[in-house]
Ligand binder design. Structure first.
Ligand code: ADP
Ligand code: ZN
Length: 218
């Protein structure tokens, strides 16, 4: 199974990815997580990426394309993978096509996560992440047992720098301009599976899994 999760910032790509990881036993590949790890490690790539990320801009295509090129060759990705946050531009999608072709593999489906703007804003402003393990919470909908503390590792929960209100508006605008064209790109290839992701969590998961049921297990 090789799946792309496409959706606006705050749509829940990370959350649904972890559900798919459990269900299909394939890794989640998140360019956002990989970039944040580089920022945290203070590598040259991280320092370069940070400048774009804190403004809510996209990191240059060449940078993320190289990250993905290396990552999908790793052993754990041989059975399949979930791409979360990549591709985000047409050049990224075209590069991915070429990479997959050269590896003689193909995509199974592109899940389009559909959520209205009011919910997106609520999820982004309410999101809190663990400084230690990166687990995600929400002050309204996915509260930790103890306020401000991670259930899994006990470390402090903080807000991501790009979850501040002005940056959020920019990220949503960047999505419309650079990423939304991918919807048509994958629709034309017959890969697009729109999933309505508002409402009860278990219902959303039901719809998500149903959308993948008829997908070839390639
Ligand atoms: P979200 O989907 O909530 O915006 P991500 O964790 O996917 O969060 O991305 C955070 C930031 O990392 C983006 O705003 C962007 O700066 C950078 N980033 C992640 N993936 C890509 C990508 N494929 N291309 C360019 N920039 C990326
Ligand atoms: Zn934690």
């Amino acid at each position: 199974m090789r799946i792309i999760l496409l959706g606006e910032p705050g749509a829940g790509k990370g959350t649904y990815s972890s559900e798919l990881v459990k269900k299909f036993c394939i890794p989640q590949i998140s360019t956002g997580d990989m970039l944040r790890a580089s920022v945290k490690a203070g590598t040259p790539l991280g320092r370069q990426a940070q400048e774009f990320m804190k403004k809510g801009e996209l990191v240059p295509d060449s940078v993320v394309i190289e990250l993905i090129r290396e990552r999908i060759k790793e052993g754990d990705a041989a059975k399949g993978f979930i791409l979360d946050g990549f591709p985000r531009t047409l050049p990224q999608a075209q590069s991915l096509d070429k990479m997959l072709l050269s590896m003689d593999i193909s995509l199974s489906a592109v899940i389009k996560i559909e959520v209205g703007k009011a919910i997106l804003l609520k999820r982004l402003t309410g999101r809190r992440v663990c400084k230690g393990c990166g687990a995600t919470y929400n002050v309204d909908t996915m509260k930790p047992k103890k306020e401000g503390v991670c259930d899994k590792c006990g470390k402090e929960l903080v807000q991501r720098p790009d979850d501040m209100p002005q940056t959020i508006e920019n990220r949503l605008a960047v999505y419309q301009k650079d990423t939304a064209p991918l919807i048509e790109f994958y629709e034309k290839k017959g890969l697009l599976r729109p999933v309505q992701c508002e409402g009860e969590y278990k219902d959303v998961l039901g719809r998500l899994f149903a959308a993948l049921e008829k997908v070839a297990k390639v």
